[in-house]
Design a protein around this ligand. Sequence first.
Ligand code: F6P
Length: 326
Amino acid sequence: MVKVQNIAVLTSGGDSPGMNAAIRSVVRAAVYHGLKAYGVVDGFNGLIKDEFVELGYSDVSNILQTGGTILGTARCKEFHEKEFRKEAYENLNKRNIDGLIVIGGDGSFTGATIFSQEHPIAVIGIPGTIDNDINGTDYSIGFDTAVNNIIEAVDKIRDTAASHHRIFLVEVMGNNSGVLALNVAAASGAEEVFMPEKKEDMEEIRGKVERAIQANKSSIIIVAEGDQMGGAKEIFNYLGEYDLADKVRISVLGHIQRGGNPTFLDRLNATLYGEKAIVSLIKGKSNLMIGHQQNKIVSMDLKLALEKKSIGNMDYLKLIRKLSVY
Ligand code: F6P
């Protein structure tokens, strides 16, 4: 059991709204419990490059409501190598930091797990990715804000789609995950959804598009960027081969999905996760992920997050299709 004296927090991977609320909660809870807190700049890079900032109570004032991450984030190739992880440990050790909180996705947790096996450092993961695809937790920070960003965009696209009786392929994030696409499709009344987890019957979808065009109806098709067809452009090209492209438009939403002030849900969960991460360290725990299960904030073995990706509720797919038959 590692007795924690000082702690460090970092954000890693793609930023997600609510990360700042989690940083604030971690730092304030650390201060409350008499621990010294450090922020690490740009994820695992900062550990290696020795870029730390001491964070006190006031340093995290007025950040809860902001998107992005005040610490900066990155994906760090060097951390895959043992010699760099050793340097990272030395930089922590010289500050007597023995607890590390990693806010990020499963890739970040893989690095953190290996790190804690090699060095006497307690690690706790806080799930932070708009993709909400981390196994073991029902919720990762940023998902709700991203979903709302997308829904707002789809509502606007619907105005022009309906006016022109057009079919819109709306591409959303999710290189390896369709959780975002599936949830947005169900909640925005989309007629179809493409995801990496499922190969679609293109003839059936073509038929659906043809029927919509003949009936002079508009449709929204949500496409996860990593879907099995290869994204919205590829689906558009496929429809073009059947002379259907005239009525079809593409809208790639891009990084706008990941920005903006976090919603209530992201602020609340980030705040709850951050405090629980500190309490876990104080109790001498390590290799845990804080998360959400059946509406409770819980901690679980960090290894769970590494086992597989969480997929969305596939029943939504049936629902989306059921509600778009006319
Ligand atoms: O934040 C997760 C995610 O949005 C994925 O869905 C996406 O594939 C990836 O990040 C893209 O991020 P970036 O452009 O920062 O590499």
